[in-house]
Ligand binder design. Structure first.
Ligand SMILES: CCCC(=O)SCCNC(=O)CCNC(=O)[C@H](O)C(C)(C)COP(=O)(O)OP(=O)(O)OC[C@H]1O[C@@H](n2cnc3c(N)ncnc32)[C@H](O)[C@@H]1OP(=O)(O)O
Length: 320
């Protein structure tokens, strides 16, 4: 099930067209490593442009998310940038190429209307937004669909996800951090919604998610002031869930190791149980209460009497 191929014919055609247009802006890659531990590492890799998102990287992100959807043993996901910095947002070379005055008026109209007709370059951003919905709103594939959000019956990933922020997370890069369940910041790192300085607002879902993470007041200040959020401020407003140790930071490998250890506290245990935990929390947060309660009951049914439950009963576990 990928958003590119399960639409109706007209929509499918549109997505194919968008994909082709995105491929016209190549550069960089999105690398995925699935580990035995059940934690996968996704690397935004375009260091010559501070890991800015080219068009082909957007397409690759969608493909990597599809691979993660099929990874039934998976429990966690770390998203990082290559070479010690997170992501500087959209590739401004591509943005400049598509923002010439002849394209712009059409761009704006299409962007707002989001019509179902033939696509324009402006649909780059909403397209990636759909992928990010899947990265964050991860839930139990058996029970939750978010049709109104992703425009299809695509499901959210059942992995606990962390953005490992070293260096800068700017613009769309800041948005990407909000598409994860958690954010870990390295000393000296910055998360900054620079959209206002670019004459924009977030378009990948970053504003809606930011409000849920830090509340409306903080989100208004962050967007309105294009504030540079350092680790200390990040912790204070609840944007950061942790700050990496200074002694270990500075080296990409060590920062990743630290992030894996941090995430391991939450992903230790059998995959079906970890995935179910993600599912009940996301449904509780995102769905109307009545639906969330029903979902929780259904998810409960997937672990009740399961191997982990039976083993715990047999060993008469004490929780001291
Ligand atoms: C809805 C989406 C909204 C968006 O994401 S709009 C894009 C928002 N992002 C930006 O405006 C980032 C602009 N860049 C910067 O502020 C700085 O480059 C940054 C990231 C703080 C790093 O500064 P420095 O460490 O001094 O490095 P630098 O400026 O020399 O950059 C090294 C090379 O990377 C390039 N680069 C950085 N961000 C880029 C981007 N977003 N798109 C395309 N190229 C980008 C930069 O042009 C430079 O390339 P070159 O070496 O001059 O060829």
């Amino acid at each position: 099930t990928t958003i590119l191929f399960i639409y109706t014919d007209a929509k499918g055609f549109q997505e194919k067209e968008i994909r082709e247009k995105l491929q016209a802006f190549p550069g960089g890659s999105i690398d995925l490593v699935k580990q035995e531990s059940g934690i996968a590492v996704l690397t935004v890799n375009n260091p010559a442009r501070m890991n800015a998102f080219s068009g082909s990287m957007m397409v690759e992100l969608e493909e990597r998310v599809s691979q993660l959807e099929e990874w039934t043993e998976g429990k966690g996901l770390i998203i990082q940038g290559a070479a010690g910095t997170f992501c500087s947002g959209s590739d401004l070379n591509a943005v400049r190429a598509i923002s010439n005055p002849q394209v712009s008026p059409q761009y704006c109209q299409r962007y707002i209307q989001s019509s179902g007709q033939s696509s324009t370059q402006s649909e780059i951003y909403p397209t990636l937004g759909s992928v990010l919905n899947v990265v964050i709103d991860i839930s139990n594939p058996q029970v939750i669909t978010l049709p109104s959000v992703v425009g299809s019956s695509r499901l959210a990933l059942p992995l606990l996800s962390v953005a490992l922020v070293e260096g800068n997370a700017l613009g769309g890069g800041a948005e990407l951090t909000t598409a994860c369940d958690f954010r870990l910041m390295a000393p000296g790192s910055v998360i900054q919604f620079v959209h206002k300085h670019m004459g924009l607002v977030p378009g990948w879902g970053g504003a809606a998610r930011l409000v849920r993470i830090v509340g409306g007041q903080n989100a208004l200040k962050m967007l309105g002031g294009a504030l540079k959020i350092d680790p200390e401020m990040g912790l204070q407003i609840g944007l950061a869930d942790g700050v990496l140790e200074g002694s270990l930071a500075g080296s990409g490998a060590n920062a990743l190791l630290e992030a894996e250890q941090w995430l391991g506290c939450y992903t230790t245990g059998p995959a079906p149980v970890i995935r179910a935990i993600k599912s009940v929390v996301v449904s509780g947060r995102e769905l109307p209460l009545e639906v969330a309660l029903r979902t929780e009951r259904d998810v409960f049914g997937t672990v009740w009497g399961g191997p982990a439950n039976l083993q715990a009963l047999a060993t008469k576990a004490k929780h001291k």
